[in-house]
Design a protein around this ligand. Structure first.
Ligand code: TXA
Ligand code: MG
Length: 316
């Protein structure tokens, strides 16, 4: 039972390729995985977790070479990857301009957190699916991280259709603690979250680390990060039309001549999957403001509105 057969991993790989969620064991904790290049699949992770915010997600890849497709490594990043991958270390690195990962995995940052897990099932799944896997810990937003398959099933009983299509059972996680997260986009590497690899172990490889503000239990909120993306023009919420010279980011069929529409059918998952890319499209020299149609504050709407409110308060 602790060793799902090849067929189970194969079906999980197929679910991922179809844009569906799967739960997978890693050496740290169980992850709720989706194809990291598929906007809608990534949006459904946030939907399943019921988070009122878009926190950036860790993208799991097979090896360092695969990570190079999406992010750029400096010398410290290379040293850390060589020393600790596969393993319980997540590196936050600058997104490449040609990065094909969903913008939602970065939740508006210019960086991506990447990790090569050290678990035969996770690694087999990466190989069979051939896609990078975005995976936060497989728990709902207020719950603790799952270290056994049954914890995942407790979070999403079978009648909960938002949960994973399959839970691969790999037994108890060996590390049982989330990965250590290190930000390498800062001059001196910054420890964002303590975890499976200790600060001392890291400092032996790259020298002194900065420690992010906040406590170990409450890592620095991604929303507070300086490089968090916000449009450079004013954003006005709950609008019914564009302002002169401005754009209208619509939602639903009522939106009057939207410049672009987050979801014509009023589907919140589709809206979430389009949010970051559409904000970027409208934040151009063509427009002087972005008006946004009202978005219901239910389910994923809460996270969408949270993001839009931040974008709006930045500029007005
Ligand atoms: O061990 C783990 O890391 C597990 C397994 C499944 O890999 N995953 C996990 O994911 O704990 P999650 O989403 O629960 O935590 C990810 C952490 C969060 O603190 C998030 O803010 C941070 O990583 N993070 C992700 N991307 C980031 C980015 N681009 N910049 C800064 N922090 C980032
Ligand atoms: Mg978590």
């Amino acid at each position: 039972m602790n060793d799902p057969d090849e067929d189970a991993i194969r079906s999980a790989a197929q679910f991922l390729k179809n844009g569906e969620l799967v739960a997978l064991p890693t050496e740290t904790v169980y992850g709720l995985g989706a194809d990291a290049t598929n906007d809608q699949a990534v949006a459904s992770i946030y939907e399943a977790k019921g988070r009122p915010q878009f926190n950036p997600l860790i993208v799991h890849v097979s090896d360092q070479k695969s990570a190079h497709q999406y992010v750029t490594f400096n010398a410290s990043a290379k040293r850390l990857a060589e020393q600790f991958w596969p393993g319980a270390l997540t590196l936050v690195l600058p997104r490449r301009s040609d990065c094909t990962l969903s913008l939602l995995v970065s939740a508006g940052l210019d960086s991506v957190a990447v990790r090569v897990p050290d678990h035969p099932i996770a690694n087999r799944l990466l190989t069979l699916s051939g896609v990078p896997i975005a995976a936060p810990s497989a728990n709902k937003s207020s719950e603790v991280s799952p270290t056994e398959a049954k914890h995942v099933i407790q979070s999403w009983p079978t009648e909960d259709t938002l949960g994973p299509r399959i839970v691969l059972n790999g037994g108890a996680c060996e590390v049982g603690l989330e990965s250590t997260v290190v930000d390498l986009t800062t001059q001196i590497p910054t420890l964002l979250r303590p975890g499976g690899i200790t600060k001392d172990e890291l400092e032996r490889v790259v020298g002194k680390l900065n420690i992010a503000d906040g406590t170990p239990d409450k890592p620095r909120s991604p929303g507070m990060l300086a490089r968090h993306y916000a449009p450079s023009i004013p954003v006005i919420l709950n609008a019914t039309s564009a302002r002169p010279g401005g754009a209208l980011l619509g939602f639903g069929s009522d939106a009057k001549t939207p410049t672009v529409n987050l979801s014509k059918t009023g589907n919140l998952r589709e809206a979430a999957s389009n949010l970051f890319s559409m904000l970027r499209i409208l934040d151009s020299e063509t427009y002087n403001s972005i008006c946004v149609s009202p978005i219901p504050n239910t389910e994923l709407g809460a996270a969408i509105n949270d993001r839009l409110r931040r974008a709006a308060t930045r500029k007005e």
